[in-house]
Design a protein around this ligand. Structure first.
Ligand code: NAD
Ligand code: UFG
Length: 330
């Protein structure tokens, strides 16, 4: 298939491009580089031996997006492009609603206009709100706590309504849990701008000595050691889930959790990192981070039954690959 990958130079998008090319798909990338670097395109060529066609455009720009549909016969779209910093979304709600919703609407419109059959969307476990894990796809969604989460919930509605009104369009909504790790080559990985918000990139920066210590946000949750529990998933496993979703879905709207089903606490992750990489990560326990929940992990059985997909890589793989990328990434 000819697959348009928006946000294809970002963290999850770049790993998905590798897996798509490995599965003989032709990839066209659209990215405005707001949170990624053009060098990733060279890294993708090195890893796969193929240089994907690249358009540096904003996917909220309808004319620019339409020119891609005019230049290529697109069979499927995987839509990663979006802004994703929860805290920033509270400070700049309109930027988040505009970017994340207009991009989804422009791409859906083009899929209908050009008869594209498949659309895969990056959603998030955040749409479940604070509910008891394991989380299942048929649970009622709760109001999320921030504009970022709302953009995911609203995008899910826009895509569901569009697919229901257009028989030819199959939509897969993928709800990611906590993607971490990096490609085994160490060439691509998570490289956020500024001080990381998320746990794993923060841990790698502390291990490297660029940040002095990790703040562990709370040890009074009702969890194994009191620290927050999440379902960490290796980004390469996540990427493979996208290939399955776009290859399998022939009709309607399908929603899948992409997680491992295993909860890991902050301290368990930090200890696994120190042990596997034989390096110290100084930390201190501080108060809870506003908006955090104690525990969040998936029931991933639907994706296994319907897509034949399940996560294979372990926490050890995740911490080793994340560290290899950090060391390579000067
Ligand atoms: P990322 O920031 O690394 O990648 C997003 C890419 O989209 C970047 O390359 C950025 O330059 C590009 N982009 C953003 N807005 C654009 C626009 N208007 N036009 C063109 N390009 C644009 O983020 P990621 O971690 O790879 O996340 C990918 C998707 O998955 C996002 O939609 C994100 O919300 C979602 N998601 C991520 C996580 C996570 O923890 N990483 C969890 C759940 C969902
Ligand atoms: N944590 C710390 N210290 C840090 C950073 C995080 O203790 O410096 C803790 C958090 O309190 C939480 C866990 O590590 O218990 C994971 O936190 P992250 O910020 O890495 O991830 P979240 O689960 O908070 O959120 C992530 C994405 C969201 C997405 C959500 C569900 O950032 O965009 O997963 O998919 F919505």
């Amino acid at each position: 298939m000819n697959i348009l990958v928006t946000g294809g130079l970002g963290f999850i998008g770049s790993h998905t491009v590798v897996e798509l090319i490995k599965n003989n798909h032709t990839v066209i990338i659209a990215d405005n580089l707001i949170n990624s670097k053009i060098e990733v395109l060279d890294k993708l060529s090195t890893i796969t031996g193929i240089r994907p066609t690249f358009y540096q455009i904003d996917v909220t720009d309808e004319q620019a997006v339409e020119s891609i549909f005019n230049n290529h016969k697109i069979d499927g779209v995987i839509h990663f492009a979006g802004l994703k910093a929860v805290g920033e979304s509270v400070e700049k709600p309109l930027q988040y609603y505009y970017n994340n919703l207009v991009s989804t609407m422009v791409l859906s419109k083009m899929c209908v206009k050009y008869g594209v059959g498949k659309f895969v969307f990056s959603s998030s476990a955040t749409v479940y709100g604070d509910q008891l894990s394991p989380l299942k796809e048929d649970m009622e969604l709760k109001q999320t706590t921030n504009p970022y989460g709302e953009t995911k919930a609203i995008s899910e509605r826009i895509l569901t309504d569009t697919a229901n009104a257009n028989d030819g369009l199959a939509v897969s909504i993928l709800r990611y849990f906590n993607p971490v790790g990096a490609h085994e080559s160490g060439l691509i990985g998570e490289d956020p701008n500024g001080i990381p918000n998320n746990l794993m990139p923060f841990v790698t920066k502390v291990a490297k000595g660029q940040l002095s210590k990790l703040s562990v946000f709370g040890n009074d949750y009702d969890t194994i050691d009191g620290t927050g529990v999440r379902d960490y998933i290796h980004v390469v496993d996540l990427a493979k889930g996208h290939v399955k979703a776009i290859e399998k879905n022939e009709s309607g709207v399908k929603i899948y959790n992409l997680g491992t089903g295993q909860g890991t606490s902050v301290l368990e992750l930090v200890n696994a990192f120190m042990k596997a990489n034989n390096i110290e990560v100084p930390y201190e326990i501080v108060g809870r981070r506003p908006g955090d929940i104690g525990s969040c992990f998936a029931d991933p059985s639907k994706a296994e039954q319907e897509l034949g997909w399940k996560a294979d890589l372990t926490i050890e793989d995740m911490v080793q690959d994340a560290w290899r990328f950090e060391m390579n990434n000067k």
